[in-house]
Design a protein around this ligand. Structure first.
Ligand SMILES: CC(C)(COP(=O)(O)OP(=O)(O)OC[C@H]1O[C@@H](n2cnc3c(N)ncnc32)[C@H](O)[C@@H]1OP(=O)(O)O)[C@@H](O)C(=O)NCCC(=O)NCCS
Length: 199
């Protein structure tokens, strides 16, 4: 209950998993980045980022298509913000990636996802953007836990989760069928009290 009271801005009010008020799309700022709700015109940047074979290596089941990217982005924009907030990651005026939360309202947990375009890798941008989204999930959405999953071979992604202070919770072996092979997934999580203690 203390955790709930510590999150007065929660769009759900104070009755766990019952009340459900809309949240407003929001911009976040970090030292280097603007995180803003995506716009339809971001489809080209999303496509350029996602169609890079190195970017898609661990994450994409099908060929990336420009029109499909636009349709997917339109669906994301149309979703209720409190259910699936997504931020385009903007560096010096350019969209360089995206970070999103998939919120399970009943259980008050959120799944974290992110991607940075190949030209901007290993500059700390995913960590910086994901940390801001993580803080947003706890502060503004009032969730009790944020979790994420990755291909354990995706060293960069696993490292981002570790740098965020998330705990490795388990390995699901042969969990997905992906490009003709069974692949593992490693799960990470951060509880609200761990996030508070680390602040
Ligand atoms: C995974 C990804 C988001 C990392 O983005 P990034 O901006 O390069 O990450 P950061 O710069 O914040 O790096 C965080 C740490 O991971 C390390 N790292 C990042 N990419 C790495 C790589 N390919 N190999 C080894 N280490 C890597 C960085 O060196 C850094 O570690 P350090 O601070 O200990 O030196 C990016 O590679 C990406 O978008 N990949 C494709 C999509 C994807 O896999 N998304 C995640 C799905 S779960």
């Amino acid at each position: 209950m203390r955790a709930l009271l510590a999150a007065p801005a929660s769009p759900w009010g104070t009755i766990e998993g019952v009340t459900d008020q809309p949240a407003t799309p929001t911009e976040l700022r970090t030292a280097r980045l603007l995180l803003r709700p995506p716009r339809p015109e971001d489809a080209d940047a999303y496509f350029e980022i996602a169609s890079d074979p190195e970017f898609a290596h661990f994450g994409s089941r099908q060929t990336i298509d420009r029109e499909a990217t636009g349709r997917a982005l339109a669906r994301i924009i149309a979703m209720p913000w409190e259910q699936r907030p997504e931020f385009a990651i903007v560096l010096e005026g350019q969209v360089v990636g995206r970070v999103m939360l998939d919120v399970d309202r009943l259980n008050r947990i959120a799944a974290l996802g992110y991607g940075i375009g190949r030209p901007w890798w290993e500059r700390g941008l995913a960590t910086e953007a994901a940390r801001a989204a993580l803080d947003y999930a706890f502060e503004a959405l009032g969730v009790a836990k944020v979790w994420a999953r990755a291909d354990p071979r995706n060293v960069g992604s696993v490292r981002v989760l570790e740098k965020l202070g998330m705990q490795r919770e388990g390995l699901l072996r042969g969990h997905l069928f992906f490009r003709g092979e069974r692949v593992d997934r490693v799960y990470y999580g951060l509880l609200r009290e761990e996030w508070e203690a680390a602040r």
